[in-house]
Design a protein around this ligand. Sequence first.
Ligand SMILES: NC(=O)c1ccc[n+]([C@@H]2O[C@H](COP(=O)([O-])OP(=O)(O)OC[C@H]3O[C@@H](n4cnc5c(N)ncnc54)[C@H](OP(=O)(O)O)[C@@H]3O)[C@@H](O)[C@H]2O)c1
Length: 278
Amino acid sequence: MPLPFPFIVGCDLAGTVVEVGHSVTRFEPGDRVWGSNQGLLGRQGTFAEFCAIDECWLYPTPDGVGDEHAAAVALVGITARLGLARDARLQKGETIFVNGGSGGVGSTVVQMAKAVGARVIATAGSDRKVELCRKLGADFVINYKTQNLETELKRIAPAGVNVWWETLREPNFDLAVGALAARGRMIVMAGREARPPFPVGPFYVKGCSLHGFVMFMATPEEQQDCAEQINRWLVEGKLKANIDRVLPLSQTAAAHRLQEESTIGKTGALSGKIVLKP
Ligand SMILES: NC(=O)c1ccc[n+]([C@@H]2O[C@H](COP(=O)([O-])OP(=O)(O)OC[C@H]3O[C@@H](n4cnc5c(N)ncnc54)[C@H](OP(=O)(O)O)[C@@H]3O)[C@@H](O)[C@H]2O)c1
């Protein structure tokens, strides 16, 4: 995508409004705000002491919610809410499977699915991360490194899962479609290079649907709706930021390397978000 140069990286932020432009109506200096969707589509990023941002991408930070938490929940929170409410339409009492429940997106999906009253099955890659998923509210956690996913899913959800949330960049559609219940919904939101085989027959005969999206293409109105619900859950304690570590802003390049190695290189060094503090 087109980016300005020199380019400031960073998508999320939280802080206090210092100044507003003439046509700004939603905020005034002194307001605490959080937001996301920057460093994209020609917009500068947020890893800086000060940012100039269109008010449509900002939301009020509730009292009692720290800036670190608001920033860490921003992109993953909007992503999880868009996928669960707008696309998968997860309902109370349904079963959802989250592949990658300890990650930035996955740990947020787990909490939001619990908040709407779903039964949650998640995967994680170590005993420590299995425990983290349980603490976040997952009813069942499968260690994908030591357990057989297909067997465990059949045991836990013999009638299939209503929603499969895939966070991996190379989804296994044979496994996912096999595990979906009739009229099941699958979310894909990663893996631009991925071209995996797709089992068309079993998929359409079950009446399943597949939903793909990128959060940055959602409209400001859609993202504001998500932010309102995120704020409610933050206040009620139903949603907590999953912060792996806080680093100084001067460590931006190191933080990027760490994130890339963990998510793309699959070192699994992180479980959750990195927050950078000026
Ligand atoms: N479409 C969008 O709008 C959107 C928004 C945000 C992110 N994304 C993309 O979504 C992906 C996930 O982002 P993230 O921030 O959540 O990444 P992340 O924090 O690195 O999480 C990755 C997750 O994948 C899990 N995992 C790795 N290998 C696995 C395997 N073989 N089986 C099951 N789980 C496995 C990891 O589990 P363990 O650590 O427990 O091993 C971890 O929970 C990234 O590719 C990102 O670019 C897309």
